[in-house]
Ligand binder design. Structure first.
Ligand SMILES: [Zn+2]
Length: 427
């Protein structure tokens, strides 16, 4: 048994450890174990670069268990706060303004699977019984700000999980937590983090219900929500009848890609919910024809709809919501970000990893579609994707640069960085 008094004690600065954790996702390493190999300090510039990034002077690098241990101490809340501060900074810089809809930032709401297990994992798992087996899941409801150039930035997250505080016992059956119940917890948090910001919520037809309308009203948000015949069927019937009565509310457009769109809209639909409250809103229909195939889309909204605004509302408030599925969830799952990977055995630490991933993904998106990389690629007469070939290649080049190149001091100059305004391609 070695005497612990003679073991070398290394104290790691928390800034260093947080950057170490963000690196796991920034370089898309896929698993915590890869930190020990891909960011090995021997024969590389890793320590040099990371120290300057974190403004520290560590002489050795930690092992991956050090990170897990550290996150166990801090819990998840500081990383949620860090993510929020990054968003505030981007908003203050006015870098995201081009995506505003009638002056409001569009916030897409949607839930996604985070973790799935075949055996009970923790007391908070959502439990789903199938014919042949049972699954134990963790899901998360995300509010993502839809920025220019397809940016999909995590703004607030609410974990969908069973707990004593949200348990709902009715007889023997315990009703599980769900996306809409999570929305009741997420919106106060979102409004608290961004008290002055004008927001427009964008959600699929699940959200076209009294709960969302009440929450939007309580927290001073506008909304554009997908409208389908099955949800609020009586209102849908009124909508169809009124569309025929106001033929003047119509706008036909053809996009450069050859898509023909016909927008129609009605004002002042009313909906009486099961608690006797009456809601008034406008509704938009868009029939889209490509190669003689027509698809119909519809939304309800409390924004002012007319020939001047209808296309922008349907595009920024309606269609762009799909970015949360593609650029948001699919990207985080099907890349080295590896959202569904179990990064820790501890349920609380898993949340800290979740936020570190969101932080890294914000940085990666800014890198990928921001002006800095575009300007570099332009020097070679190319776009970033022409220069790198794929996002996967870009991640690899970033890791190579960090490992083998002592990046210039200028790259770590925080004061100078403060004066840089990031621009996004909005064409
Ligand atoms: Zn669990």
């Amino acid at each position: 048994m070695p005497d612990s008094r003679f073991l070398p004690l290394v104290v790691y600065d928390k800034r260093f450890l947080i950057w170490w954790g963000i690196s796991l996702y920034l370089f898309q390493l896929g698993s915590r174990r890869q930190l020990d190999f891909d960011l090995d300090a021997r024969g590389t510039q890793v320590l040099n670069n990371l120290n300057r990034l974190a403004q520290t002077e560590q002489e050795t690098r930690p092992v991956h268990d050090t990170l897990d241990h550290f996150l166990g101490h801090t819990g998840a809340a500081p990383y949620a706060e860090l993510r929020t501060r990054m968003l505030r900074r981007l908003i203050r810089m006015r870098s995201l303004d081009a995506a505003r809809l009638q002056g409001r930032f569009v916030v897409a709401l949607d839930a996604t699977g985070h973790l799935a297990f075949r055996r009970p994992h923790c007391p908070h798992c959502l439990v789903y019984h199938h014919a042949t087996h049972t699954t134990y899941l963790h899901q998360v409801l995300e509010a993502k700000l839809l920025g220019p150039a397809g940016l999909t930035l995590s703004m607030a997250s609410e974990f969908i999980e069973n707990s004593d505080s949200n348990a709902d016992f009715s007889g023997e059956a315990r009703k599980q937590d769900c996306e809409l119940k999570a929305l009741s917890r997420l919106l106060p948090q979102l409004r608290g983090d961004f008290p002055q910001l004008r927001l427009c919520l964008s959600g699929d037809s699940l959200y076209a219900c009294a709960r969302t309308l009440q929450l939007a009203k309580d927290h001073d948000c506008n909304y554009v929500l997908t409208f389908k015949p099955g949800h609020m069927p009586a209102v849908w019937k009124d909508f169809q009848a009124l569309l025929n009565l106001c033929p003047e509310n119509s706008l036909a457009r053809s996009t450069p890609e050859g898509v023909h769109q016909v927008y129609r809209w009605v004002h002042g639909l009313s909906y009486r919910d099961d608690q006797g409250r009456t809601w008034h809103f406008n509704a938009i229909e868009c029939k889209e024809t490509v190669d003689s195939e027509t698809t119909t889309f519809a939304w309800i909204t409390d924004l002012k709809v007319d020939a001047r605004t209808v296309e922008e509302i349907a595009t920024k408030g309606g269609r762009h919501r799909w970015h949360i599925e593609n650029q948001g969830f699919n990207r985080q799952k099907n890349s080295g970000l590896n959202l569904e990977h179990v990064f820790s055995t501890d349920p609380e630490r898993l949340k800290a990893y979740y936020y570190l991933l969101q932080i890294a993904h914000i940085i990666l998106q800014i890198l990928e579609v921001g002006s800095l990389l575009r300007d570099v690629a332009a020097e070679f007469g190319r776009t970033p994707m022409q220069l790198f070939g794929s996002l996967k290649n870009l991640a690899r080049r970033l890791l190579e640069a960090f490992r083998y190149i002592a990046l210039s001091d200028e790259a770590f100059d925080y004061v100078r960085a403060g004066s840089i305004q990031i621009r996004f391609n909005t064409s």
